[in-house]
Design a protein around this ligand. Structure first.
Ligand SMILES: [Fe+2]
Ligand SMILES: [Fe+2]
Length: 336
């Protein structure tokens, strides 16, 4: 069976690649993909059964072939030198730290490679060393990616002009070209395979059910969910003030019983279009109790594309419509 997460990795990647990505998007998608591989491999190494030698070999190929030889060189051979040329300090500054961290990650990967080689060669006693070396390697890079995403890339974006962005993009293409055509696609497919074979769980499984329920009830949007058989299965904000009142008696009812007769055939038409895959969203807005209310229906599908039901969202957008100008986080902090 194809893993849901594995497909998501590829789909997220494909969605981004439909329009020409910027250099920041390419590098940050590399980071995101690598972090998914980290999470998957971490789970495989810690599982109740020892990891397969094939997932260890795949992870090693991804870390060496892509992260070390390709991704890091997109930055070191093109982004960093241009940033330095345009005024980002190297010695004693962020670039020196980034380069030093690349070297540290290479040393950690060399140790990982030794243990991985022994494990693949049949020495099961190499597993604790492999786990320790991987923990060291991944922690260096997780911290490193965060610094690049949040500090270095925004800093470079502020000083780069369009021609500089184009130079970095050409540099990225040059580095990827060293490894053949479709380098990124090939390694992202390898990443998806690692994620699939690890059976990595969806992040929502990290949350206890009551926390997930509290998150849904905290959203500034009211939710209702009707399953693939058009029966109401869930609504949020129970026992909270709601724009459209709803009580537990709605659960299990079919949509015909929840809408006035004059609109029910329209609702059924939308649901049919969702089921047929002809559309994925329908939206309305209305004036209600002195508020502008935005109502949206979304087709909910599994990663494999199967129709699971319809999510209705109801939001009071009156305060959003009144927004003008800007209030940034820093303004808010000053006001406290
Ligand atoms: Fe880097
Ligand atoms: Fe990076």
């Amino acid at each position: 069976m194809t893993s849901v997460i594995g497909l998501r990795v590829l789909r997220a990647h494909n969605r981004r690649m439909q329009t020409s990505p910027t250099w920041t998007e390419i590098l940050m998608t590399d980071h995101e993909t690598t972090e998914r591989v980290f999470a998957a491999f971490e789970q495989a190494l810690a599982g109740p059964t020892p990891p397969s030698t094939s997932i260890v070999a795949d992870a090693l190929e991804y870390f060496t072939g892509y992260v070390e030889r390709c991704h890091n060189h997109k930055e070191e051979d093109h982004l960093f030198p241009l940033a330095e040329q345009l005024g980002v300090p190297r010695e004693g500054g962020p670039l020196a730290i980034m380069i030093m961290e690349h070297r540290r990650s290479e040393e950690a990967l060399a140790a990982l490679r030794t243990f991985a080689g022994e494990y693949i060669g049949g020495r099961n006693d190499a597993l604790p060393g492999l786990q320790k070396a991987f923990a060291e390697y991944s922690s260096i890079l997780k911290e490193h990616f965060w610094k690049e995403n949040d500090i270095l890339f925004p800093m470079a974006r502020r000083i780069f002009e369009d021609k500089d962005d184009a130079t970095v993009l050409a540099g990225i293409a040059e580095v990827e070209g060293r490894f053949g055509s479709d380098t990124r696609e090939r390694f992202y497919a390898l990443a998806a395979r690692i994620v699939e074979t690890s059976q990595m769980r969806d992040l929502s499984e990290n949350l206890p059910k009551d926390v997930l329920a509290a998150i849904l009830n905290t959203l500034p949007i009211e939710l209702s969910f009707v399953d693939a058989d058009d029966r109401v299965r869930y609504f949020s904000h129970e026992n909270h003030a709601k724009i459209f009142g709803r009580t537990r008696g709605a659960i299990g009812r079919v949509v015909e019983q929840c809408h006035p007769p004059q609109s029910v055939h329209k609702v059924k038409k939308i649901l049919q279009a969702f089921k047929n895959g002809e559309r994925g969203v329908a939206e309305f807005w209305l004036d209600f109790g002195g508020r502008k209310v935005h109502v949206r229906y979304f087709a909910v599908r599994s990663a494999e594309g199967q129709y699971l039901g319809c999510l209705e969202t109801v939001q009071d957008i009156t305060p959003i419509q009144a927004i003008t100008g800007e209030r940034r986080l820093v303004d808010e902090a000053l006001a406290i």
